[in-house]
Design a protein around this ligand. Structure first.
Ligand SMILES: [Zn+2]
Ligand SMILES: [Zn+2]
Length: 291
């Protein structure tokens, strides 16, 4: 978490489908539903349909967006890559033979966008395979469409930890991946610490990793002098995750917890934190390198 400016905290969802692909709401309905719910920015990311950058009369920022996917079999690798904030439509040909996940990422980046690995748990992405990818700006640690009642594999924390254990630390994101506009609406989002509420400032904060992912609670993780510390909204559980598979004092239970800490061990290479509130909603920090 960078603290070089006072800035503003902005709420956003970077993964939304409309009836431009397989979502149940129209583009305008989707925008209205998020704006009424108090979101500061969104990206509409229909499958293979690039939405344009814009702004509503009420001031909600619309980042350009698109979700690209390759693969049909887990053994080959199924990759859904969300691109947001592109300055122009990426030059990615859907029908091209041999299209790879890396080509999708490179195409998004060549259009000045950010590439996000969507729902790796749902896709059964393999850490050894995904660790070869370069240029990802983040990974969805929580995806609401992959949760009940539609699916049952919404949480990619184990994938995040396996990658982090290989030295690949990806910023963690949460998103609705809205399709049904029922149980997948307003369930997972980002809180971004931006200099101001503009496209440029939001994109810069996303590039800098200056955000956390959440279903509701707040989480702020700092690491200093061999100690990890979380400051959060009132929680019933705070958990630290690292590449140490056994360690004491990594889980704090209680009511109204607003601070927790743990001493790091010399062999640990990263740490991240999750905060669960009384309603069972979780906030996720990104992994932080500690050596
Ligand atoms: Zn997807
Ligand atoms: Zn999607």
């Amino acid at each position: 978490m960078q603290k070089d400016h006072d800035g503003v905290w902005l709420k956003g969802n970077l993964h939304i489908h409309t009836d431009r692909s397989d979502g149940k709401a129209s583009f305008d309905e989707a925008i209205a539903l998020y704006e009424r719910a108090g979101y500061d920015f969104i990206a509409v990311t229909d499958h293979w349909v690039v939405s344009e950058r814009g702004q509503t009369p009420g001031g909600m920022l619309l980042l350009s967006g698109c979700e690209y996917n390759i693969g049909r079999r887990v053994q080959e690798g199924i990759y859904h890559i969300v691109g947001v904030g592109m300055a122009r439509a990426p030059q990615i040909e859907r029908r091209r033979d041999g299209l790879t996940a890396q080509a999708l990422i490179d195409g998004i980046r060549a259009a000045d966008g950010l590439a996000i690995l969507a729902h790796p748990a749902w896709s059964l992405n393999r850490p050894e395979q995904a660790a070869q990818l370069t240029g990802l700006a983040g990974v969805e640690i929580y995806n609401a469409m992959s949760d009940l009642p539609f699916n049952a594999r919404p949480y990619s924390g184990i994938f995040v930890d396996q990658l982090a254990s290989m030295g690949v630390l990806l910023p963690c994101m949460a998103a609705d991946d809205t399709h049904a506009y029922k149980d997948d609406l307003h369930k997972g989002y980002l809180m971004v610490h931006a200099r101001e509420k503009t496209h440029e400032a939001v994109m810069q904060a996303l590039r800098d990793g200056d955000f956390y992912a959440t279903q509701g609670p707040e989480v702020h993780l700092t690491v200093e002098n061999g100690k990890a510390e979380v400051v959060c909204s009132p929680a019933s559980r705070v958990v630290f995750f690292s590449d140490s598979v056994w360690s004491e004092e990594r889980v704090t239970h209680g009511t109204g917890i607003t601070r927790a800490s743990c001493a790091l061990m010399p062999h640990e290479t990263y740490v991240r934190a999750e905060v669960v509130d009384a309603q069972g909603r979780t906030a996720y920090s990104s992994p932080v390198r500690v050596c």
